[in-house]
Design a protein around this ligand. Structure first.
Ligand SMILES: Cc1cc2nc3c(=O)[nH]c(=O)nc-3n(C[C@H](O)[C@H](O)[C@H](O)COP(=O)(O)OP(=O)(O)OC[C@H]3O[C@@H](n4cnc5c(N)ncnc54)[C@H](O)[C@@H]3O)c2cc1C
Length: 407
């Protein structure tokens, strides 16, 4: 259970080699905003057969929908039989994200955001929506964005949501504003979450698919931020934006209890993939630090011989081991259909906190060189901070874990 199998290991090697050859040299241009990550992702998707695997998964869902076996979106429930990772193996997705994040967590964020949009459509969309919107995103021909957060609704995304989706016989009309949305400035396809408005008042929150170019949809320019410079983030503005009714994901039936319903399922999946990205940061920082501590000499000996440095390395190794075990456990739970909010929150909280801590320790071990942009560490530290906020803050993960304990 705690070792990669042959397929997983060979994907790890293939992605590592690909990233060293194609991604690492592009990172400086991505960081400065001189280039965008989307063409690179398209090449990665094609070179490593990832697009093929993702499309095959969506086509299986399409076949089931067409044969009438799947009852898409009944009561807003997501069909999660697919979406359990590349080729049905969540560990393959984890390996892919870990490897990309060793070099560029931002490019991995771009990837999960575009795929998050497509997977939400695959899980809950009609056959038409899957074919028209999800498959081009999974083939990397189009860029997706997944828009839940609003200026007034972040941690309380569902309770505070102001965006509305008025349901008419043949169309849905969206109004509202979304912010901090990954890929938004350049995305072609958006899954926008909004509160459904029915004849007799507000209904549940549902995802609605909107294409760029639809009248009433505008996006803002990329927002300036602390890290993740290689993952463009922006706002989405919707004003009387009408889309066909079949773009609604799930039904308009009110859920008796859950506030988030199927949107929360996608959020849990997002939380479940972020630990693998943090693991990539931790793994790279440990490797760089061990290597440097052995060769950097001060006071006539390698700094690794100072206990203060050796103990830092030992603690970093502990974080690496724990994060790796959590990522394995998450992959196992996803494969067995046993992923729950508690486990996703536990893993995301731990791995995010340790990614920040380990990256800062790695900078400390490298001294002034660690602070310089020539080494990857300051970027990894800035990028790591995002994981303590995006996909639900540390405080919200703690709340979820505490609730699971206290009922
Ligand atoms: C780089 C980046 C990319 C992102 N990409 C996306 C995306 O693609 N799609 C999307 O929908 N969103 C995205 N987000 C938004 C992200 O999910 C939100 O920023 C996050 O959920 C927090 O919401 P907020 O920023 O409004 O903070 P707030 O909710 O305003 O929180 C502010 C502070 O209050 C704390 N707090 C809030 N409520 C409680 C409570 N009940 N108990 C204790 N403390 C509390 C928080 O933990 C935090 O410390 C992205 C964010 C970033 C930074």
């Amino acid at each position: 259970m705690f070792e990669l199998d042959e397929t997983q290991r060979s994907l790890e090697q293939a992605v590592r080699a690909w990233c060293e050859k194609n991604l690492a040299p592009t990172v400086p241009a991505l960081e400065k905003g001189e280039t965008l990550p989307f063409d690179l992702l398209k090449t990665l998707g094609r070179d490593l057969g990832i697009a093929q695997m993702l499309v095959a998964e969506a086509e299986r869902r399409l076949a089931r929908l067409r044969s009438g076996e799947a009852n898409a979106g009944a009561a807003g429930e997501a069909d999660t039989r697919e979406g359990r990772g590349l080729g049905g193996d969540p560990m393959l997705s984890s390996v892919l994200l870990k490897e990309i994040s060793r070099v560029s967590p931002g490019v991995a964020l771009t990837l999960i955001s575009t795929l998050g949009c497509a997977m939400a459509i695959v899980a809950q969309g009609s056959a038409g929506a899957i074919e028209r919107y999800a498959i081009p995103v999974l083939s990397f021909d189009k860029v997706g964005a997944w828009a839940l957060t609003e200026p007034g609704a972040g941690s309380d995304a569902f309770g505070g949501m102001r965006a509305t989706a008025a349901v008419h016989e043949d169309r849905i009309v969206l109004s509202g504003q979304k912010t901090f949305i990954s890929n938004a400035p350049f995305a072609d396809v958006f899954v926008v979450y909004a509160r459904v408005i029915l004849d007799d008042g507000p209904g549940p929150v549902r995802g609605v698919v909107v294409e760029r170019g639809t009248p009433g949809l505008e996006t803002g320019p990329p927002l300036r931020k602390m890290g993740m410079h290689d993952a463009p983030t922006g706002e989405v503005f919707l004003q009387d934006c009408a889309v066909p009714r079949e773009n609604l994901l799930g039904s308009v039936v009110r859920e008796p209890s859950a506030r988030g319903g199927a949107a929360l399922e996608t959020l849990n999946l997002e939380r479940a993939v972020m630990p693998a990205m943090c693991l990539g940061i931790i793994e790279r920082c440990v490797e760089e630090s061990v290597r440097y501590a052995k060769v950097r000499e001060q006071f006539g000996r390698p700094i690794a011989e100072f206990q203060a440095i050796a103990f830092k390395l030992a603690r970093m190794a502990l974080s690496l081991e724990n994060a790796r075990n959590l990522v394995f456990k998450l992959a196992w739970a996803q494969r067995e259909g046993k992923l729950d909010a508690r486990l996703a929150s536990l893993a995301k909280l731990y791995c995010a906190e340790e990614a920040v801590r380990v990256a800062l320790e790695a900078i400390q071990i490298h001294g002034g060189a660690g602070y310089m942009a020539e080494l990857p560490l300051e970027k990894l530290a800035r990028d790591a901070k995002m994981f303590e906020i995006g996909g639900g803050t540390n405080e919200i993960q703690l709340q979820t874990i505490a609730r699971s304990l206290l009922g």
